[in-house]
Design a protein around this ligand. Structure first.
Ligand code: ADP
Ligand code: MG
Length: 262
């Protein structure tokens, strides 16, 4: 004959399937034992059981957003060695990780020579945003341009910009590695303008702003773009030698664009 406990477990099994809440089913009995041992009130028990479901859902939501963001690698702030990069202030980066800048539709610009951690920090802040329920998409500047060009050729640029704007945060990595032709510069300008004060971007570049004119082939376009990007932005300029080459003797290296950074 089924005991009252078996009966209750059977009901919980059925009800949690109705609710699509498997973590409640998994934890109900175990937490009931704990509740008994530690003399929780009924309400404390209920809260603990519900928490297991909510925590698991939040974690899987974060993971889904991280997967959807298309980061080239998983790089976290915890992995970042702030002692190696003194131009990135740990407390400042952790404040940014809290996400206030996203609420303000503000931007983050990471500048610096190759290997100084721009992409790493861009990904880390993107991951932090995912954990806060923000929809994020990562791509290189060239990747974003390709997307816009394809849409433009299909006469669907407006729709594509709208679609991109459904991401509250986009990461545009490696602005400046490849120069843009006039059409690409124009499309990039439209991307920046469409997000201005509406949604956020993280942008990385190995060039100083003064060198952007060469990338966009036009000083006026570059200036107008920089104006919109930095109006509400945190600009972090990283310095030093490449982290990738930290165990290599520096005089054996070919010269890099690092010399361009002041
Ligand atoms: P950038 O985008 O500036 O060229 P990356 O962010 O790609 O540089 O960094 C190059 C590699 O070195 C990556 O694997 C990154 O995780 C690592 N890296 C760079 N700076 C640091 C740092 N301060 N602490 C830990 N890893 C770092
Ligand atoms: Mg990079």
């Amino acid at each position: 004959m089924a005991t009252r406990m078996d009966e209750a477990l059977g009901r919980i099994d059925y009800l949690t399937r109705c609710l699509k809440a498997p973590r409640i089913q998994e934890n109900a009995a175990k937490l009931a034992d704990l509740a008994h041992q530690d003399q929780w009130t009924n309400l404390e028990y209920l809260a603990a059981v519900l928490e297991t479901e909510v925590n698991a859902r939040e974690a899987s939501g974060t993971q889904l957003r991280i997967n959807a963001a298309n980061f080239p690698a998983v790089k976290t702030l915890a992995d970042f060695n702030f002692d190696h990069q003194l131009n990135a202030d740990k407390a400042h980066l952790h404040r940014l990780a809290a996400g206030g800048w996203l609420t303000q539709k503000s931007n983050i610009v990471l500048l610096g020579p190759p290997g100084t951690g721009k992409t790493h920090l861009g990904i880390s802040l993107g991951i932090e945003a995912c954990a806060q329920g923000i929809r994020v998409k990562f791509d290189t500047a060239t990747g974003w341009i390709t997307r816009l060009q394809t849409a433009h050729q299909a006469d669907k640029l407006t729709q594509e910009l709208k679609r991109i704007n459904s991401y509250q945060l986009i990461v545009i990595d490696e602005v400046g590695y490849l120069p843009f032709n006039t059409e690409a510069a124009n499309l990039f300008f439209q991307l920046v303008t469409s997000r201005y004060e509406r949604s956020s971007l993280i942008l990385t570049s190995n060039l100083t702003f003064s060198q952007w004119g060469n990338v966009f082939g036009d000083q006026a376009v570059a200036a107008a773009m920089i104006d919109r990007i930095v109006h509400h932005a945190e600009v972090i300029t990283l310095k030093g030698t490449s982290y990738r080459l930290r165990h290599t003797t520096i005089d054996t290296l070919p010269s890099t664009k690092a010399e361009n950074m002041t």
